[in-house]
Design a protein around this ligand. Structure first.
Ligand code: PRT
Ligand code: ZN
Length: 213
């Protein structure tokens, strides 16, 4: 059997389009019609796996996928043992703390004793610890921005890009705790054939990126 490299990308969401575009710009052709979960490239020894972004770091750690494309926010939060091999420059965003607009805010110490709703308990916990703030992290799985207005928490810690979601929920951004963009991650113990294919891919990605600059 020919050695192939398995690349995990987000099935459907904010990373999907640019991830597919990058793979195509590297000259890799495949058929991704029909909502398939897996497809083989036709002109390169690669398979593309379509997954939820949160699952990608774990699959790369386990070697189910050799490579993955995810946001640094997800890669850092899931804390899997993978290598970050390249920054991809798309899906830029930040993880920020927001509070109700009418509240006074002098600095991070104002969060002491407060409750903060988030889907990023690890990154938030590290930030609070580094700033010696004792706050109660309230982990929820979605619709974080609504938490303060319904009395579920005093503050939120969530992904921001334009800021309009915070604004429309009566919130203001008071701290940025992490800046993110899409990255390529790789399994830490790639077999030699897959390492060689990764090197080829990285060379192509760099050429694509240089051509754009
Ligand atoms: O289904 P699956 O689990 O795969 O996808 P998902 O819903 O978890 O993720 P998705 O597709 O929303 O985002 C994928 C990745 O895109 C994130 O992990 C980030 O790295 C990146 N990204 C870039 C964003 C945003 N911009 C973004 N604006 N992820 C989420 N948002 C959300 C944010 O959570 C908030 O609800 O958009 C809202 C804020 O946007 P603004 O523009 O109103 O500030
Ligand atoms: Zn997700």
């Amino acid at each position: 059997m020919i050695d192939t490299i398995r690349i995990a990308i987000q099935k459907s969401g904010r990373l999907s389009e640019d991830s597919l575009k990058l793979i195509k710009e590297c000259g890799i052709r495949f058929d991704n019609g029909g909502g398939k979960l897996k497809t083989a490239a036709t002109n390169f020894p690669a398979e593309i796996l379509f997954l939820r972004d949160d699952d990608i770091p774990g699959y790369v750690e386990d070697g189910v996928a050799h490579l993955g494309i995810v946001g640094q926010n997800v890669s850092e939060e899931t804390n899997k043992n993978v290598n970050t091999v390249h920054k991809l420059g798309f899906s830029k965003c930040r993880l920020s703390i927001g509070i109700l607009r009418e509240q006074n805010y002098e600095g991070v110490q104002d969060l002491d004793g407060k409750s903060i709703a988030t889907t990023y308990p690890r990154l938030l916990g590290e930030y609070l610890k580094a700033h010696q703030v004792q706050a109660n992290i309230h982990e929820i799985s979605g619709s974080v921005e609504i938490a303060p207005s319904i009395g579920l928490a005093d503050a939120v810690c969530d992904i921001v890009s334009s800021g309009s979601t915070l604004l429309s929920n009566g919130l203001k951004e008071v701290e940025t705790i992490f800046r993110s963009e899409a990255v390529m991650i790789a399994n830490k113990n790639l077999p030699a054939p897959q390492q060689a294919l990764l090197d080829q891919l990285l060379f192509r990605i760099q050429s694509v990126q240089e051509a754009k600059n």
